[in-house]
Ligand binder design. Structure first.
Ligand SMILES: Cc1cc2nc3c(=O)[nH]c(=O)nc-3n(C[C@H](O)[C@H](O)[C@H](O)COP(=O)(O)OP(=O)(O)OC[C@H]3O[C@@H](n4cnc5c(N)ncnc54)[C@H](O)[C@@H]3O)c2cc1C
Length: 402
């Protein structure tokens, strides 16, 4: 079977690696001429994401980038420390949370793909695709085409492939928050190596971690109106800093000092998510990653979910009797989990700044489960789904496409 993967970001490259391990041939077609598209932001990869990477032998490659996080501390706007908890599966070095730039994660995955001889073609922007009884043809903006048996839409939240599998799908929606990101080596906030600090501010939700090299990675989520593309393109880092600081100054935390110490490496994006995408597939096309199920950033699970998708899809194609049954099995297994993440993340993304009581009550438990927490039935089921050597359970699907 020849598989065309559209999008060489996290979902697409991970899928290529997992399919390769399952003995299936895939080619990655990435729109960007050199690397994957990236906004310069960083992300946290959770233990479930690291576990997924290990299934197709890429955990070590990713662990070489960024730095690990093993604890989280929560501080309120008054400066009071509410709690410090261990993060994820701290006892296993390759399953610890990692903090890394999105570009670093993409680059590590692509380098691993190239090392294994997987074809990754750049400058291939899909414009449309057409399927027939014998296969599917992808057409690219450079005038070329590619032919395969199955096409994976791993082309992110603004997916072109989704417009083909589900032309009526609601476009991505503004989730109600602006997300600021920055990096600075000039701040000296309270910190410990391996700890991420969450600051429940009066006008923001902020997080920061200091890398072993002394660089502070920070984000701040602000509940305000959607920014236009022009505002994002034309506003300078200094102007964003001036807008952000008055919201942070009233708090007795390190937030304002970190932002004030940040130079030009400061950026902003609108938080967006997708409402339910009814059709993830046609007989020869299938969505993975953000193309199928983008959540707002609050739970910090988007990349980890994309990595899980890759494992479950490769196992389904490996174990199911036909491609149709494999696609249906993949959707059955993945849809409940990823849709729950979208809902949970939306709940943690208030459209208005919450009052103090709400802030105090709000828990980050949905995002970070302390190490040693009892493993629920759902967790055990997930681990079975991800474990490479455990066959996928095919629940007598109908085998119907779409
Ligand atoms: C502000 C922000 C913060 C986030 N923080 C976190 C976090 O802390 N933890 C976490 O796990 N996740 C986080 N996420 C989510 C995470 O980045 C995404 O879930 C993840 O990148 C999804 O991977 P993907 O491969 O599906 O999509 P993308 O990473 O968007 O990759 C899509 C790829 O497809 C390519 N492409 C697009 N269109 C075409 C086309 N027509 N033809 C060919 N190629 C195309 C793009 O160039 C890109 O390389 C965050 C997201 C945002 C926006």
């Amino acid at each position: 079977m020849r598989i065309l993967i559209i999008g060489g970001g996290i979902a697409g490259t991970a899928a290529a690696l997992a399919l390769d391990k399952a003995g299936l041939e895939a080619t990655v077609h990435e729109a960007h001429p050199e690397t994957g598209e990236d906004t310069g932001a960083f992300l946290t990869l959770a233990s479930n994401g690291m576990r997924a990477l290990a299934q197709f032998g890429a955990a070590e490659a990713v662990a070489a980038a960024g730095f690990e996080l093993t604890a989280m501390r929560i501080t309120t706007d008054t400066g009071a420390v509410v709690s410090t908890v261990p993060l994820g599966e701290t006892e296993h070095p390759l399953r610890r949370f990692r903090c890394l730039r999105r570009a670093e994660l993409g680059a590590a995955l692509r380098a691993e793909a190239v090392r294994r001889g997987i074809a990754v073609q750049h400058g291939k922007r899909l414009v449309t695709a057409a399927e027939d009884e014998d296969g599917v043809t992808a057409s690219f903006a450079d005038g070329t085409t590619a032919r395969g048996d199955l096409l994976l839409g791993a082309d992110g939240i603004h997916s072109v492939v989704r417009s083909l599998t589900d032309p009526d799908a609601t476009p991505p929606r503004y989730a109600g928050q602006r997300v600021f990101y920055g990096y600075t080596s000039k701040a000296t906030p309270p910190h410990e190596v391996g700890r991420i600090d969450m600051l429940r501010g009066s006008g923001s939700a902020m997080g920061y971690a200091v890398s072993p090299m002394g660089e502070t990675f920070w984000f701040a989520r602000i509940s305000e109106g959607e920014l236009t593309d022009t505002e994002i393109a034309e506003t300078t880092p200094a102007q964003w800093r001036d807008q952000l600081l008055p919201l942070l100054r009233p708090d007795a935390t390190a937030a304002a000092d970190i932002v004030a110490a940040t130079g030009d490496r400061l950026m902003v994006t609108n938080a967006r998510d997708l409402s339910t995408v009814t059709r993830w597939r046609t007989p020869r096309m299938l969505l993975v990653g953000d193309a199928a199920h983008a959540a707002s950033p609050a739970t910090g699970q988007g990349a980890s979910m994309a990595l899980e998708d890759a494992v479950v899809l490769a196992k389904s194609l490996r174990d199911a009797p036909t491609t149709q049954v494999a696609m249906e099995t993949y959707e059955q297994l993945r849809r409940p989990r990823v849709e729950r993440n979208i809902v949970n993340s939306a709940r943690l993304t208030p459209r208005r700044a919450p009052n103090r009581l709400q802030r105090t009550l709000r828990s980050y438990r949905a995002r970070f489960r302390p190490a040693g927490a009892s493993t629920s039935q759902a967790d055990e089921e997930l681990q079975r789904q991800l474990d490479w050597d455990t066959p996928v359970e095919v629940n007598a699907p109908s085998g119907q496409g779409g």
